[in-house]
Write a protein that binds this ligand. Structure first.
Ligand code: NAI
Ligand code: F6P
Length: 381
């Protein structure tokens, strides 16, 4: 069995690639990073090192790698004969991997089994985003027929994989915890066998619980931590004011998740406590810069802050802690992070109203617009 995986980075090697390897797939990596591809090409194995309680090492083998800037024809041929395609490239990059998937589907024989396509990104229904990009390239009759050769399934992925130390080579350090939830329904009973993944009938609560708890909480710690001058995430969370802020934010998202999905409040609180322990893992060399990366994406309409805050406002509750977290995120000023630089430029150039419209995607009619704009304007003043 073969899986083509786009994005041989931290999640690609330390999580999705590992679970596919352990499910007996040969993993064919595709990445734009020529150095990384050359290293994978030259290696027979790499090691995923877990850190924290119960940690152990996992060896990954049986992989190949292609540079997608040079070897598109080869990647298309691999997709034509694969069982699975997965991605871990970032939600904004999905449109760049769509052409290879479209061509791979076109090159696939009619009698080949359906190709399972799963985007493993931190975004609500990332596979739908990928599917829409593939569909744009399939408007002709042949393309429509080729689309039927694929099953697109949304997923939710959770494992903290920090930036790797210089000199780590291909090896990846990860936390012990992981969860890969996959929507079972598109497969109609023929889902792939991946023992490390959990196939579920209703993915929405999983994705929102994960994004609005793990990712909202983590990013809150990053922005408050950055603001307080902390470097490591575990140090940031060790500051009482940061812990208070993240607990307040997670209380608000808990309210939404419990009301919207009928989650049990005590179970959600236990999930929060478990996640705070994961964030505090002192063996995980994770930084506020990495976790806060790409702030414009994180402050966009359906992401971890504005997404839950908007829904709370629509349900009649004006969030306080989430708005404070957004205001704190605006201080994220990291010269190496393109979106952080752009964020600072926008703050200098736009009024609070225009910022909320443009960056957060809210119109003045939305119930979150006025309180959020006021909070941002107060900070600027
Ligand atoms: N690192 C983490 O703890 C987690 C990350 N995620 C999500 O996983 C995704 C990947 O994140 P990371 O692995 O941390 O990032 P990363 O930066 O380590 O890896 C991304 C890889 O994608 C490659 N890439 C970029 N453009 C490409 C293209 N057009 N074709 C093929 N490859 C391309 C990059 O060269 C890089 O190797 C993101 O959506 C992130 O939100 C989800 C859960 C946890
Ligand atoms: O910043 P991004 O790209 O959304 O993804 C990284 C996030 O995903 C996580 O791994 C959680 O699954 C956190 O480490 C981090 O907050």
């Amino acid at each position: 069995m073969k899986a083509v995986h786009f994005g041989a980075g931290n999640i690609g090697r330390g999580f999705v690639g590992l679970l596919l390897h352990e499910a007996d797939y040969e993993v064919v990596y595709s990445d734009v990073n020529a150095e990384l591809i050359a290293a994978l090409d030259a290696a027979d194995t790499f090691t995923v090192h877990e850190v924290g309680e119960g940690a152990r090492d996992h060896e990954v083998s049986n992989f190949r790698a292609f540079d997608s800037t040079q070897k598109m024809k080869e990647i298309v041929a691999e997709i034509a004969s694969a069982e699975l395609v997965t991605t871990a490239v970032g939600p904004n990059i999905l449109r760049f991997v769509a052409p290879a998937i479209a061509d791979g589907l076109r090159a696939r024989g009619d009698d080949a089994p359906p190709l399972a396509v799963m985007a493993c990104e931190n975004a609500i229904n990332a596979t739908d985003i990928l599917r829409a990009e593939v569909e744009k390239l399939m408007t002709d009759a042949e393309g429509q027929a080729a689309l039927n050769r694929a099953v697109f399934a949304n997923t939710a992925v959770d494992r903290i994989v920090p930036a790797q130390a210089a000199g780590a080579g291909l090896d990846v350090t990860v936390e012990t915890y992981y969860e890969w939830a996959i929507d079972r329904t598109p497969f109609g009973g023929t889902e792939p066998v991946i023992p490390g993944a959990t196939f579920v009938d209703d993915l929405a609560p999983y994705i929102e619980r994960k994004l609005f708890t793990v990712n909202t909480g983590h990013a809150t710690i990053a922005y408050y931590g950055f603001s307080a001058g902390a470097h490591a995430i575990s140090d940031a969370l060790g500051r009482p004011e940061v812990e208070l802020a993240v607990r307040a934010v997670l209380d608000e998202t808990k309210q939404l998740l419990v009301d919207k999905h009928g989650l049990d409040a005590a179970a959600q609180q236990a999930y929060i406590e478990k996640i705070l322990v994961r964030f505090a893992n002192p063996h995980l060399p994770d930084t506020v810069d990495r976790v806060g990366r790409q702030p414009l994406r994180k402050l966009s309409r359906h992401e971890r802050f504005i997404g839950p805050a908007a829904e709370l406002a629509e349900r009649g509750t004006t969030p306080v802690a989430l708005i404070d977290a957004v205001v704190t995120a605006l201080r994220f000023d990291v010269p190496d992070d393109e979106q952080s630089v752009e964020l600072q430029q926008k703050l200098g150039a736009l009024s609070a109203d225009d910022f909320v419209r443009e960056v957060c995607g809210l119109s003045p009619e939305h119930p979150l617009f006025a309180p959020l704009t006021a909070a941002i304007a107060n900070t600027a003043g």
